[in-house]
Design a protein around this ligand. Structure first.
Ligand code: NAD
Ligand code: TDX
Length: 345
């Protein structure tokens, strides 16, 4: 296999971190560059097992820093760019939208310019089903690649904006690209501000789990390793200029998700605390993955075996999430829940 250079942005985060591990181990003939600025969501301890491998490289850089990014691309001449770096938490985007526009929109544009400048083989933009907005509770309706973009949060609006820029660089300049739009991921190294790791970590400490509104909002869950397989397939086999939805038909209400975890951990449902709803809270996400399945993808995990594996991982890797919980995350948690919802948590 010819040696290729793959740039993965956001490779110190949750999905990017899993994707870097997957690529470094699966493709010894690829040089995998992990570019990350290491925000609160990025950490390199997850890569201790690969940091001395010959095909793994780390670059600390901000994707918005045009001079640094262009120089890096000129020097390294990447073949592929897999772009995951982003601000990713909806609640943070409601409190502070500006950083989402900066990183997700401007940062993507800088990477597109750099990719065009050196004529990369392909730019793979990892996006989200949230760009489609929300579905109602009719279980026969799904997001397809043709569903109009109707983002409802500052996060999803910034992701939709970046998707449109990627599309425009394909249409205008012929930059080879794919866009993937995945449903909610879960699995190892999921940052404990998101529902599933928040629930697991709080239950393991016998703390209350905050559920927004009535808990009936629905998300479509996919194990992160199945997402990694999808991105790999699209990178290698995706038809140039195409968008692929990624999802495994694992729809659950938030209450069902939390109760499933409580059952596995033998915790009382008294630990559920209903708190005021998220502003603009999308009702339901559900993906039709037919187009990606036709390309040859199918998920390995059902929600039941995936959530079991994930809970075991959090039990085995307590130190990783306890370090996070004891750091600046404490301030975030107090602002997000304790001050706003002082009586509830
Ligand atoms: P994450 O927040 O865990 O990780 C994001 C990473 O990007 C971090 O390592 C952070 O340090 C880095 N980063 C942030 N700003 C940067 C900047 N300016 N320059 C360089 N690096 C920067 O996010 P995640 O959940 O792993 O999501 C990764 C991507 O997948 C995002 O683009 C997100 O929109 C998309 N996505 C996420 C999900 C999900 O369920 N988490 C689902 C579908 C799509
Ligand atoms: O404390 C909570 N209580 C609660 O009820 C939190 C943090 C969440 N929720 C609800 C809100 C959502 O309906 O749980 C559901 C999942 O919430 P998050 O884990 O914050 O994920 P979501 O908002 O659905 O977005 C995620 O999936 C799509 C990722 O964070 C995005 O990056 C991705 O694009």
């Amino acid at each position: 296999m010819a040696r290729k250079k793959i740039l993965v942005t956001g490779g110190a985060g949750f999905i990017g971190g899993n994707f870097v591990q997957y690529m470094v181990n699966k493709y010894p003939a690829y040089d995998v560059y992990n570019l990350d600025v290491l925000t609160y969501a990025g950490d390199l301890t997850k890569h201790r097992n690969i940091e001395n491998k010959d095909n793994y490289f780390f670059v600390k850089a901000d994707i918005v820093d045009r001079g640094t990014i262009i120089s890096l691309f000129e020097k390294e001449q990447f073949d592929y760019v897999v772009h995951l770096a982003a601000e990713s938490h909806v609640d943070r985007s409601i409190t502070d939208p500006g950083v989402f526009v900066r990183t997700n929109v401007l940062g993507t544009q800088v990477l597109l310019d750099a990719s065009k400048h050196i004529n990369v083989t392909k730019f793979v933009h990892v996006s989200t089903d949230e760009v489609y907005g929300e579905l109602d509770f009719d279980p026969t309706t799904f997001f397809t690649e043709d569903t109009p973009l109707q983002p409802n949060s500052p996060y999803s609006a910034s992701k939709a904006s970046s998707d449109l820029l990627v599309r425009a660089y394909y249409e205008t300049y012929g930059l080879p690209m794919n866009i993937t739009r995945c449903s909610n991921n879960y699995g190892p190294y999921h940052f404990p501000e998101k529902l599933i790791p928040l629930t697991i970590s709080r239950l393991l400490n016998d703390e209350k789990v905050p559920i927004y509104g009535d808990g009936k909002n629905i998300r479509d869950w996919l194990h992160v390793w199945d997402h990694c397989k999808a991105v790999d397939l699209v990178m290698h086999e995706g038809r140039e200029g195409e968008i692929y939805n990624v999802g495994g038909h694992n729809e659950r209400t938030n209450l069902e998700v939390v109760k499933t975890i409580m059952t596995i951990l033998s915790k009382s449902e008294d630990l559920i605390e209903f708190v005021p709803d998220r502003l603009g809270h999308d009702k339901r996400y559900a993906i039709d993955p037919t187009k990606l399945e036709n390309l040859g993808w199918k998920p390995t995990y059902t929600f039941e075996n995936g959530i079991g594996q994930t809970i075991l991982w959090y039990l085995d890797n307590k130190q990783w999430w306890e370090n996070i919980l004891s750091g600046e995350y404490q301030d975030y948690f107090i602002n997000q829940y304790t001050i706003k919802n002082a009586k509830n948590c």
